[in-house]
Design a protein around this ligand. Structure first.
Ligand code: MV4
Length: 445
């Protein structure tokens, strides 16, 4: 096992990883920007290193500074958390070239899944269902017209290097294809420096359902069930659930068998998430994330497993030590992502937290790096707390979430708690009757 781990992140996820290290008896090194010197992940750290000025590009994205911090502190492994350098294949390569273990998949797998076409091809070859679409890159609008003619309108033009909804354009009909194609290309070039695009049938009322997997690099791959992440606004998730209110146990089992077999076939290692669109009882794979995700706690609650601990064990070369049949799903979990934003306009609200009281009690988990007196800086993601509840049934989990949201006190800055209170009180949410478009309509109401 590792003697020391460097955590290349900040906020709640840095704390989350620090806790897993501590339970494994492994000292950890925190890194921080100058503005984060009194952040909770630094205050609770065994050891910490300042890696640069506030702007993320100069600190949490500063590869040489982070690598130097690992080398001078004698860290044997680096956990990247999510965001920042978590899916940067070049960083993973650089880390390994210096004899340090990257706690994540191989650089080759990160790179493969970063290319959405390569990811789809790899999964389709192993029997994972896809949205009907082009066979690879679509070089010009004439080819796009051929594909659209074959699969039917509406179609969606997507950037190969995409993600997060950028470089994505719907064409409702043949007349709008040329313009949509040009816009998607231009956006892709501007956002990713890569204008390669592909075409898919546009699904107009999908749910976003993702599958958590874990592979040990010794040929063992398991899944920890699905999360329903359909409640998003502008590709930012607000609420996630495990399991999905739309899915049966038989559908989950079937998807799990296909997906884990595909990942075993490509030799995947460490944690991963396969993203699917789910519409009219059909799954379609769209992308894979090669990192721990923000919403991983809902999976941990229903499976009773520590995903970060598993990531660390596997990176150290250990085998999973259990099979799919040993994994049990118990009850229902919901996460509300609480951000420092105006709950109506979503304008960020950095500032001083003057009082902080987190909810507690049975089945309540709060992952947060906030404390009374903390100044939420304007430089980073506005996520300030994840409130996770677990209960025997979905209805009980909703009641528990309503109760916990009512207890939560974050004073001094505006947060999205009032919006979450409205969502849990909504009848359509309570019925589980929503798609990826539901929240956009809800917030304006
Ligand atoms: C789609 C789609 C409909 N049809 N692909 C948005 C971001 C990227 N991860 C995939 N996205 C979508 N791909 C086809 N063929 C609709 C979306 C989409 C979406 C997906 C997941 C969660 C929220 C979304 C919001 C709008 C559109």
């Amino acid at each position: 096992m590792f003697q020391k781990i460097l955590i290349a992140n900040r906020g709640e996820i840095a704390l989350r990883i620090q806790r897993a290290c501590r339970e494994l008896g492994i000292p950890s090194v925190a890194v921080h920007s100058t503005v984060d010197a009194d952040a909770m992940h630094v205050r609770l750290a065994d050891e910490s290193v300042c890696i640069g000025p506030p702007a993320a590009k100069d600190s949490y994205l500063n590869m040489p500074a982070i690598l130097s911090a690992a080398l001078v502190t004698g860290a044997e492994a680096i956990h990247p958390g999510y965001g920042f350098l978590a899916e940067n294949a070049g960083f993973a390569e650089m880390v390994e070239a210096h004899g340090i273990t990257f706690i994540g998949p191989s650089p080759a797998h990160i790179r493969m899944m970063g290319d959405k076409i390569a990811a789809k091809e790899a999964m389709a070859r192993r029997g994972v269902p896809l949205v009907p679409g082009s066979d690879g890159v679509v070089a010009d609008v004439a080819k796009a017209r051929d594909v659209a003619g074959r699969i039917g309108y509406p179609v969606l033009i997507k950037a190969t290097a995409g993600g997060g909804g950028r470089g994505m354009k719907v064409a409702q009909d043949a007349a709008s294809l040329e313009e949509a194609f040009a816009i998607a290309r231009t956006e892709a070039r501007a956002s990713f420096g890569n204008d390669a695009v592909y075409v898919e049938k546009y699904l107009d009322h999908p749910r976003h359902i993702e599958l958590q997997v874990m592979a040990d690099g010794h040929g063992n791959v398991v899944h920890f069930g699905e999360r329903d992440c359909s409640l998003q606004r502008r590709h930012q998730k607000l609420v996630e659930e495990a399991g999905s209110p739309a899915l049966s146990v038989a559908e989950r089992d079937k998807l799990g068998i296909t997906a884990t077999a595909a990942l075993a076939a490509i030799g995947y290692r460490n944690a991963g998430t396969l993203e699917f669109l789910y519409q009219d009882g059909q799954f379609a794979f769209i992308e894979m994330n090669t990192r721990l995700q923000v919403e991983h706690p809902v999976t941990e609650m229903v499976c009773g497993i520590d995903l970060v601990r598993e990531q660390i064990r596997i990176a150290a070369g250990a085998a999973l030590g259990y099979g799919q049949g040993d994994i049990r799903f118990s009850g229902h979990a919901i996460e509300c992502r609480i951000t420092a934003e105006d709950p109506a306009s979503f304008v960020p609200t950095p500032g001083r937290v003057t009082a902080f009281h987190a909810p507690g009690g049975l089945g309540v988990r709060v992952d947060s790096a906030l404390y009374a007196g903390y100044f939420v800086p304007p430089y980073y993601d506005s996520l300030v707390a994840k409130l996770i509840v677990h209960a025997p049934t979905r209805a009980d989990a909703i009641s528990r979430m309503r109760r916990a949201l009512g207890e939560f006190a974050i004073v001094g800055i505006q947060t999205t708690i009032p919006l979450h209170q409205r969502i849990v009180d909504d009848a359509a949410f309570q019925r589980g009757d929503y798609t990826v478009h539901w929240l956009e309509g809800f917030v304006g109401r």
